[in-house]
Design a protein around this ligand. Structure first.
Ligand SMILES: [Zn+2]
Ligand SMILES: [Zn+2]
Length: 438
């Protein structure tokens, strides 16, 4: 059905960002035929972020994003996709398992009806995935990453969790009883992509669209830490689920963004994992087994004797004068961090581009190096006492990996012939990527 339209065209990629895509051009029989819409969206992410920066500057006279916060958000987005190097996404894997063994009926993959049912099904399931990610503490431990920025701009959309997919897959399984995996694989991506453009303060009220669709105004409220914003507006593409299930809130007072208790750091592994440690520590402060367990199952604001979601009036009071955490750092250090971040981004892209030819050992080495680089950049931005030592070790590792062919060298002169797993592998410099000759 999708044969008449090129699913990889620039037009399709651009329209996929806004869910402006038809069943005719995005229905596929096999999962293997479904385009990697999210993977292919990188140029549109970058283009729209640049556009937001320019328009924001023209409108307000100030940048809408800070370097420290923006880099942390993009780093979180990079980290969240690392598991996809080693496995198919949890959501699709579990979905295919249930479809293969337990499906009750088989909706036709090439019917527009199936496509629209899957759109509604994925968006409905996303509402509940998202709602429980806010109402159950051990799932919130993953999702809090997305809310940890005190800013609201397009980079915030990329601030995603490494661990959330390990819990969210279960909510989509009812759909696997009727809808083919290829249709699901399209909609799970389109649903995620739609949510990119709504992370901006530059787009105001969109009139009648606000009744039906999740918009920048509605999602802005979702990112607020004001009492009236907490646990509101969970919708993905449609806001009607919030209106139906009583979780809708319109914007009132000035929204203050971020977590109720800001983490005040740009150290990327801390951003991803700190809440698991916090929950473990918190559970030990309660005496009964029941309360210890409820720490993980009830809402993040819960305390013994309080309702399941806690009492939001117990949260720190806001004055409206809150200033986001933004430590000052020198211009040369900023330039250094930008350059090394871009080098790590190049390595990250190389791993994804060559994942079919690289050995598991090589991929682990390169992703480990990327993680170390992003961590070290966070230490530098935070200006921690151990930042210099960590950065020195990282640079030694970078040069060593380049020297022995585990990473694309900065200069062609550094390319060498190397041995790997008994097979002779020659790494040569190509215009944009490594080429491996067995
Ligand atoms: Zn959320
Ligand atoms: Zn968001």
């Amino acid at each position: 059905m999708a044969g008449a339209v090129n699913p990889d065209s620039v037009s399709t990629g651009a329209r996929a960002m806004f869910f402006m895509i038809t069943p005719n051009e995005s229905s596929f029989q096999k999962v293997e035929d479904v385009p990697q819409y999210v993977q292919q969206a990188t140029p549109f992410f970058v283009g729209l972020m640049m556009l937001e920066l320019v328009v924001g500057f023209l409108k307000t006279g100030a940048p809408v994003v800070t370097l420290s916060d923006g880099l942390t958000s993009v780093s979180a987005g990079m980290i969240s996709r690392i598991p996809l190097l080693f496995m198919r996404g949890c959501e699709l894997t579990a979905y295919m398992f249930v479809w293969d063994r337990y499906r009750l009926l088989e909706l036709p993959w090439d019917s527009a009806w199936t496509w629209w049912i899957a759109f509604l099904g994925v968006d409905f399931c996303y509402y509940w995935v998202h709602r429980l990610a806010h109402e159950v503490s051990f799932i919130w431990a993953a999702h809090q990453v997305h809310h940890s920025s005190e800013y609201y701009n397009l980079t915030t959309a990329l601030r995603q969790s490494l661990t959330q997919q390990f819990t969210s897959w279960i909510f989509y399984l009812p759909m696997a009883l009727i809808a083919p995996p290829a249709v699901f694989a399209v909609h799970i991506q389109l649903n995620l992509l739609y949510q990119f453009w709504i992370h901006t303060k530059l787009i105001k009220n969109l009139g009648p669209l606000e009744w039906v669709f999740n918009t920048p105004t509605h999602h802005k409220v979702h990112h607020g830490r004001n009492s009236y914003c907490i646990d509101k507006n969970y919708g993905g593409i449609l806001i009607i689920w919030d209106r139906l299930f009583g979780t809708f809130a319109a914007e009132k007072d000035k929204v203050v963004f971020g977590l109720v208790s800001p983490i005040n750091t740009f150290e990327i592994l801390y951003v991803q994992l700190h809440y698991y440690l916090y929950l473990g520590r918190r559970s030990t402060t309660f005496k009964t087994i029941n309360d210890k367990c409820l720490t993980f199952i009830n809402g993040p604001s819960w305390k013994p004797g309080k309702p399941r979601l806690g009492d939001h009036l117990d949260n720190p009071k806001l004055t409206g004068q809150e200033v986001p955490h933004d430590p000052s750092w020198s211009l040369p250090l900023q330039m250094y961090v930008i350059i090394h971040f871009l080098l790590a981004l190049g390595t990250y892209q190389d791993v994804f581009d060559n994942k079919m030819t690289l050995s598991q050992f090589n991929m682990l080495g390169m992703t480990g190096y990327v993680l170390l680089t992003l961590t070290s950049m966070g230490f530098l931005i935070d200006q921690r006492p151990r930042a210099a030592v960590l950065e020195m070790l990282r640079c030694v590792l970078m040069v060593t990996m380049q020297r022995y062919g585990y990473m694309k060298p900065l200069l062609p002169i550094l390319a060498v012939t190397t041995q790997s797993q008994g097979a002779r592998i020659i790494i040569v410099q190509a215009p944009s990527r490594l080429i491996f000759y067995p």
